[in-house]
Design a binder for this molecule. Structure first.
Ligand SMILES: Cc1cc2nc3c(=O)[nH]c(=O)nc-3n(C[C@H](O)[C@H](O)[C@H](O)COP(=O)(O)OP(=O)(O)OC[C@H]3O[C@@H](n4cnc5c(N)ncnc54)[C@H](O)[C@@H]3O)c2cc1C
Length: 501
């Protein structure tokens, strides 16, 4: 390269927005990665709403790790494999479980105020866990973690944060990622980086009933698939057994920890029914409890009952749930809570190895959007915050941060000019189809009908304006098709994928 060429190249790079790392998403995995990466270079965090808005912020129950003398790694590994129907990647499970305690300590040192008694972490138990191993902060563990990490990234001079900025598509050429198109201040611009990190969380909004906030529209999964990333295990969508179920009320998660603390499930006749379905009763793995509730609710409303426990302790242990339900007229210390299952967690996702590498060079994925294989066919409760923090705790040691590398030219983002279906109508159709045919109990016929209808919708829908909701709808549609195709391929029931033949 002669002098003139090299000065042109330097000019081009300075005219571009270029970072060492671009992290898409500000949940536990994105923020934790950003903090580590800032030791190596300049980091940009892109997040579509306020920085706090994420699934992480709504996690109630807690985070699992071996922290008690009566517990051990083998037990945590065995519980994870059993819940995952032994479809898990054993190496990834071992990695997560053995690194867990260190990461809980790191979070505590950063300032997460985990509940303690006599200067020792208090631990609780959840369904499928054979020991007390869930560290928690009341019933707002995720919010406490999120606030702590946000405070830490705000204090860091090498981290830039773009809120209300929507990642539209990745810039990929010849299986190498160079950056992305971002919708910011009503403009779609290009930003470049040595490494792009997808930490975009879940896809719950693809279903009519979900515990996930509005941001969980599967953008990262869809973006990665469009760019040629391998995806895996998408048929395994976990339905949380107990979300508040009241007509015209948004679903609200009623933490599994309530069952851990003694709450029982009753059918329309007031009978406790779980022993008919599993010897572990209310503490059976989530897929079993969700299907049991689904079956029982055919006969009428199913309720979660904690009224027999000490009311003072219930209020102290579950202040958020108690307050939130009291506002809508349900006193959980005196009344049963009407519940239904709701889409909660994507066990599958973008296929990654233990370092978070995808099959596209310079593109990494961490947290719920990634599939390390730890959850297998069904996630064990409280293992997802753990997975997100353990695998994102990397600095990408081998990454060479070289600003002289060549960036191929990418065209400006082009919107489709042809008019398209109305996004709000398309979105509602997707949610209903997915809930009715690709939900808790699936049939071969239902799945193939669903796929046909979704493909028809896809033919007629595409974003035509710089409205985030249009891009989200496109992503929901693409991820709905991927989930349905994966469910069709898996002919036999396994974990959260249940086929009624
Ligand atoms: C109600 C609820 C309770 C839960 N309780 C627990 C629990 O007790 N224990 C447990 O282990 N797990 C729990 N989970 C699951 C757990 O919270 C999540 O799996 C985990 O927080 C995911 O973290 P993440 O970093 O991968 O993604 P998230 O925390 O979801 O963050 C994703 C981020 O990406 C951003 N984003 C998405 N798309 C774009 C885009 N196109 N452009 C820009 N930004 C984008 C979002 O705005 C968000 O900031 C719960 C989940 C819910 C919904």
């Amino acid at each position: 390269m002669n002098k003139l060429q090299s000065s042109c190249e330097a000019f081009k790079l300075s005219a571009m927005k270029y970072y060492d790392f671009i992290v898409i998403g500000s949940g536990i995995s994105g923020l934790n990665f950003a903090l580590n990466a800032s030791e190596k270079g300049k980091v940009l965090i892109i997040t579509k709403k306020h920085i706090l808005e994420s699934n992480t912020n709504y996690a109630q129950g807690g985070i699992a790790a071996v922290l008690d003398k009566l517990d051990n790694f083998k037990k945590h590994i065995d519980d994870t494999l059993e819940a995952g129907a032994y479809h898990n990647n054993k190496q990834a499970v071992r990695y997560m479980v053995t690194h867990g305690p260190k990461l809980i300590n790191k979070l505590a040192q950063l300032g997460v105020p985990f509940a303690e008694k006599d200067q020792k972490l208090m631990l609780t138990k959840e369904g499928g866990h054979s020991a007390k191993r869930i560290a928690f902060v009341g019933d707002r563990t995720g919010n406490a973690i999120e606030k702590t990490l946000v405070k830490a990234v705000h204090e860091h001079s090498k981290i830039t944060i773009w809120e209300n900025s929507f990642a539209v598509d990745l810039l990929v050429k010849n299986k190498k990622c160079y950056g992305l198109y971002v919708l910011k201040n009503n403009k779609i611009e290009k930003v470049f980086a040595s490494a792009v990190i997808l930490a975009t969380g879940g896809l719950g909004q693809v279903y009519k009933k979900t515990t996930n906030p509005n941001i969980s529209t599967g953008d990262g999964f869809a973006m990665a698939a469009r760019a040629g990333c391998k995806v895996k295990d998408l048929e395994f969508v976990q339905f949380h057994p107990t979300a508040l179920d009241l007509p015209r009320r948004k679903s609200f998660l009623i933490s599994e920890a309530l069952r851990g603390e003694g709450a029982v499930l009753r059918n329309n006749n007031g009978e406790r029914f779980m022993s008919k379905y599993d010897k572990r009763k209310e503490l059976a793995p989530r897929d079993i409890v969700a299907r049991a509730i689904f079956q029982e609710s055919k006969k009428g409303t199913v309720c979660l009952d904690i009224t027999h426990e000490n009311s003072k302790i219930t209020q102290e242990r579950f202040p958020t749930i108690h307050k939130k339900l009291k506002k809508i007229g349900i006193d959980i210390t005196k009344q049963c809570i009407p519940v239904s299952p709701a889409a909660h967690y994507a066990c599958g996702g973008i296929q990654v190895n233990l370092k978070g590498e995808t099959n596209i060079k310079n593109l990494y994925a961490f947290g719920e959007v990634a599939c390390t294989g730890v959850h297998g066919a069904n996630r064990l409760g409280s293992n997802s915050l753990l997975e997100a923090v353990v695998f994102s705790d990397q600095i990408l040691e081998k990454l060479k941060i070289s600003k002289s590398k060549k960036i191929p030219s990418f065209p400006p983002y082009l919107l489709n000019k042809k008019s398209s279906g109305k996004f709000s109508y398309v979105k509602q159709r997707i949610k209903k189809i997915m809930w009715n045919y690709v939900g808790i109990i699936r049939t071969e016929k239902g799945l193939s009908e669903a796929l046909k209808t979704l493909m028809k919708l896809k033919k007629s829908f595409h974003p035509t304006s710089k409205n985030i909701k249009e891009f989200e709808t496109q992503n929901l549609l693409e991820i709905a098709i991927l989930i349905t195709k994966a469910a069709i391929k898996r002919k036999k029931s396994l974990g959260c994928h249940f086929i009624d033949s």
